[in-house]
Design a protein around this ligand. Sequence first.
Ligand SMILES: NC(=O)c1ccc[n+]([C@@H]2O[C@H](COP(=O)([O-])OP(=O)(O)OC[C@H]3O[C@@H](n4cnc5c(N)ncnc54)[C@H](O)[C@@H]3O)[C@@H](O)[C@H]2O)c1
Length: 255
Amino acid sequence: MNPTYDFSGRTAFVTGAARGMGLAAATGFAEAGANVALVDRDPDELETVVARFTEAGHKAIGITCDVTEESQVKQAVERAVAEFGSLDMAFNNAGIQADATELADISLDDFDHMQSINLRGIFACMKYELIQMREQESGAIVNNSSLGGFVGVPGRATYHAAKHGVHGLTKTAGLDYAARGIRVNAVAPGIIDTPMVADMKNAEEGVIEDMMRDVPIKRLGRAEEVAAAVLWLCSDASSFVVGHVIAVDGGYVAR
Ligand SMILES: NC(=O)c1ccc[n+]([C@@H]2O[C@H](COP(=O)([O-])OP(=O)(O)OC[C@H]3O[C@@H](n4cnc5c(N)ncnc54)[C@H](O)[C@@H]3O)[C@@H](O)[C@H]2O)c1
């Protein structure tokens, strides 16, 4: 049981929940007593993870959903509500990274693909979560941005464009719903030790070592350290925090 939060009776909806930061946040919600809808496009990983949650005594369901498909997102939110009766907390986290490429060499298809998951996918999830939360007149949404939502990094135009867009969605939705019992915020992780970063290490030699030179705390972050901020933003402890993006990055954007 989580000693800090009691989310009993509340429902959390987490995208990209099969691994990495999504899995860490879903675990945190479950340990704090929430009903958890784990949403991911990877059905096999999802099945394994949900079985582990159930064995541990958590109330969890797995929903296979590609966030680029509006109808699947709509169904995923509706399924979570049908199963648990409400939608109280959402972590819109599913995202991808791309190999570093200078802008002139990036195809428009690659640009669109990145936006379809990392920006449009977040928008689609927010839209259907907010339809439900608007009805309830309550809820907390946290989007997963990145240090890439604050700064540019050479070769990462499509990713950073999407993450800057996530900040715009977060702030605007925060304002749209602040007076209606719904808070929308975001986290902006630095370089976090997840399978995504392992994939980047394998794809591009030295890429993480290069980025680490700019990390004041001089280590990778842990998925649980980001999940801690997500849980806080979903809890009543952050009841006056609206439209804000919290950097969880070991000091990267403070430089
Ligand atoms: N790892 C980092 O250093 C880092 C830093 C800043 C921000 N982020 C952001 O954090 C989020 C999670 O990153 P991570 O490192 O945990 O990634 P990860 O690759 O380890 O996990 C991502 C999960 O999202 C799922 N997913 C991907 N595309 C999907 C789609 N279209 N529909 C549904 N599910 C999908 C994957 O199947 C996977 O389970 C991403 O938005 C990423 O951009 C990561």
